[in-house]
Design a protein around this ligand. Sequence first.
Ligand SMILES: Cc1cc2nc3c(=O)[nH]c(=O)nc-3n(C[C@H](O)[C@H](O)[C@H](O)COP(=O)(O)O)c2cc1C
Length: 243
Amino acid sequence: MHKSAQETEFYDVVEARRSVRIFDQEAAFDHDIVEKAIQAAILSPNSSNLQLYQFVRIPESSPNKDKLAELCMRQKAATTARELVIVLTRRDLWKSRANANYEFILNSRQNQSEKKVKQIGSYYKKLIPKLFGKFPGWTLVKTAIAWWVGLRRPMVREVSETDVRISVHKSAALASMTFMLAMKASGYDTCPMEGFDSKRVKKLLDLPTASEICMIIGCGNGKPEGIYGPRFRVPFEELVVEK
Ligand SMILES: Cc1cc2nc3c(=O)[nH]c(=O)nc-3n(C[C@H](O)[C@H](O)[C@H](O)COP(=O)(O)O)c2cc1C
């Protein structure tokens, strides 16, 4: 089968990316590439286009860098990183992001029908507030409504507060993946980490109380010894099913 150059490049990057745990301290590291990779990451698909995340950058020059590496349990992927990027979920920004989407769609599609405008309005002004709003007992009510409606027709069941958090983390994780692939495409390595003390990290960097850390990504020029072993994946047949 013929492979386009673009296809070859994409698969080369995917295959070349590894989680690298030791970064070179001497090699030149261009911090602008981190920004470029974040620009790519924010193009990732995300739930309802609410973009409920932020990238918090802690370059090696930051007074917080060493303290943050300590809080990543002193993993080498953090202590030797030239820059650490925290992918932060911002569920709390749902209202402003929903409004931004609404305004954008209204302004960018002047000639749309009244019906379409109503549909968009209903999505961002009614449905999203119902899903993201927080009131005592609201999860129970939402779950009960989903169950009730679901008796008669197909219905989205993931409406609880936990489901909303998971949804926000899904989008943040997708953006994280794009970021890591973009870094690799520019010749740099990364290591995603969930081994950190989230409470202390939030305190150290004065992150919003309502935010959550999806992952912290160590970035740099990977050293060969920073790859701890050959790539292992369970057999393909265990990972793929057809029904
Ligand atoms: C959400 C997430 C959290 C991870 N946390 C850590 C971590 O704290 N420390 C670490 O060394 N690797 C961490 N990893 C890297 C995985 O161990 C690694 O991706 C996996 O072993 C597969 O290896 P590969 O990335 O080289 O293909 C994490 C990966 C993901 C996606």
